[in-house]
Design a protein around this ligand. Structure first.
Ligand code: ARG
Length: 391
C-alpha cells in the first residue's frame, strides 16, 4: 500500500522528546501496541526520517489487534536499526549512526539461505577494506520459523583445548569451537592459532547448518610493526571486520533474534583486548620478551611498553593494508561530537562509561571526565540468552 509520509514538522503528533524517551525505557512493561506507538512517535521526531502517516498508525494497531504482531516497512526497519545503533550504550562509534545501511533478509526461510546471507554480509561490509556499516535483519521471532546464529561474530578464530589444558587459538571461543567440532567440522588446514570458525546457524525447529566461510570473502590483516622487523615473524593476524551476530535487535516491540551488524574496529579492541588479555591471546609476555624488556618486576612497566607497541602495530598494519580502523583518541573526540548533537536535540546522552573509556591511556580520553545515562532505550541491540542447543 502507498504511504503518504507526513514530514516531522507538519505532524500534529510531534511530542516532546523527553516524553517519547520515557516510553522507550526497556523495562517500561508496556503492551506491544504501546511499544509500537512509542517507536512511531520516535520516528516522527527524526527530521530527515520517513515520517509516519495516520493511515500507517492505524494499520499497525489493527495488525497488532488481529494477529498479535505487525511487520515493519523497509523504512521503519532502516530507521529502527539506526536508532538501535544510536542507543547502543557500549559503542564509542555512534557518531556515524546515520550511515548504517540495512539488508532486509526477513524472507530467508532456511538455514542455508541464512548462512548465504551472512556470507554476503561479510563480503559487502568488507568492501575491499573500505568498511561499510551494515546490519542484516532475519525473520522476527513471531514468525513460525526464525533463526539464531550461534557465532558471537560472523568471523572469529577457533580455540582448541589441548590435553595439557593449554589452548591453541582464541581461548574466548573454546565453547563454540567444541560445538562446531561436535557438529562435524574440522579445520580445513589442520589446527592453527588463527583458524576462522565456520558459521553455525540454527532454526526454530532446531535444524542446524555448519558452513565454512569461503576464503575469497575473508579479509585478514597480517600484523607488522613500523620499526620492529622481528614483529612480522610472530605471524600474528586479525580479521578486518567485527560483525556481532548473537544479539537481539528489538524495534517497537518486534524482536529479531538474528540481526548481525558491524562497524569497523577501534585499534584497542584488538591490541589491548583480543591479543593482550590474559584470558585471550595473552601476548604481552611474548612481545616484551622479543623487545628484551621482560622483567619479573612489574614496576619496570614492561607490560605497558609491550602493550603500546602492540597497539602501534595494529593501527600501522591496518593502515598499510588499506583496512578502515580508528584510533581511540579520534574515536573519543567523535563520541563527544555525537554527545553534543544528542544533547542539542534534547535526547538523553546515553552510554556505559566502563565500556566507552578505552582500555589504553584511559585518562587521556575526553570520555574519562564525563558521565552517562546507562539506560538502554528501545530500539536497541540487547544481549539474549545463548540458545539451548539440543544435540
Ligand atoms: N570488541 C569486539 C572485538 O574485538 C568487537 C565489537 C564490535 N566492535 C566494533 N568496532 N564495531 O572483536
Amino acid at each position: 500500500m502507498e504511504q503518504c509520509p507526513i514530514s516531522a514538522g507538519a505532524s500534529a503528533a510531534k511530542l516532546d522528546v523527553s516524553q517519547v524517551y520515557r516510553r522507550l525505557k526497556p523495562d517500561a512493561g508496556i503492551s506491544l501496541a504501546d511499544k509500537a506507538t512509542a517507536f512511531l512517535d520516535l520516528l516522527v521526531q527524526e527530521s530527515d526520517g520517513p515520517g509516519v502517516s495516520a493511515v500507517r498508525r492505524q494499520e499497525v494497531l489493527r495488525d497488532i489487534q488481529r494477529f498479535g504482531f505487525y511487520e515493519h516497512s523497509p523504512e521503519e526497519l532502516l530507521w529502527g536499526c539506526r536508532f538501535a545503533w544510536r542507543h547502543s550504550v557500549r559503542c564509542i562509534g555512534r557518531f556515524f549512526w546515520r550511515q548504517l545501511e540495512v539488508r532486509d533478509a526477513r524472507s530467508c526461510g532456511t538455514v542455508e539461505e541464512v548462512a548465504q546471507a551472512c556470507v554476503d554480509h561479510i563480503s559487502s561490509a568488507t568492501n575491499a577494506g573500505s568498511i561499510r556499516s551494515l546490519v542484516t535483519v532475519f525473520a522476527p521471532e513471531h514468525r513460525a520459523r526464525h533463526f539464531r546464529i550461534a557465532n558471537r561474530q560472523l568471523v572469529r578464530y577457533a580455540g582448541y583445548r589441548g590435553g595439557d589444558g593449554e589452548i591453541l587459538g582464541d581461548p574466548g571461543e573454546v565453547e563454540l569451537t567444541e560445538l562446531c567440532l561436535r557438529n562435524g567440522w574440522a579445520p580445513p588446514g589442520g589446527k592453527g592459532p588463527f583458524d576462522v570458525l565456520p558459521l553455525l546457524v540454527f532454526d526454530s525447529e532446531n535444524r542446524c547448518l555448519v558452513r565454512e566461510v569461503p576464503r575469497d570473502v575473508l579479509l585478514e590483516v597480517p600484523l607488522v610493526h613500523p620499526e620492529f622487523a622481528w614483529f612480522r615473524e610472530l605471524h600474528l593476524r586479525w580479521y578486518a571486520v567485527p560483525i556481532v551476530s548473537d544479539m537481539l535487535l528489538e524495534i517497537g516491540g518486534i524482536r529479531y533474534p538474528a540481526a548481525p551488524f558491524n562497524g569497523w574496529y577501534m585499534g584497542t579492541e584488538i591490541g589491548a583486548r583480543n591479543l593482550a588479555d590474559r584470558g585471550r591471546y595473552d601476548l604481552l609476555p611474548v612481545i616484551a620478551d622479543k623487545m628484551g624488556i621482560l622483567d619479573s618486576r612489574e614496576r619496570s612497566l614492561w607490560r605497558d611498553r609491550a602493550l603500546l607497541e602492540l597497539n602501534r602495530a595494529v593501527l600501522f598494519s591496518y593502515g598499510e593494508a588499506g583496512v578502515r580502523i580508528i584510533d581511540h583518541h579520534t574515536a573519543g573526540q567523535l563520541h563527544v561530537s555525537f554527545e553534543e548533537e544528542e544533547r542539542a536535540l534534547g535526547r538523553p546522552v546515553t552510554g556505559r562509561w566502563d565500556w566507552l573509556v578505552p582500555p589504553l591511556s584511559g585518562a587521556t580520553s575526553p570520555i574519562w571526565v564525563r558521565s552517562y545515562d546507562p539506560t538502554e532505550y528501545s530500539p536497541n541491540f540487547y544481549y539474549q540468552p545463548a540458545r539451548v542447543f539440543s544435540e
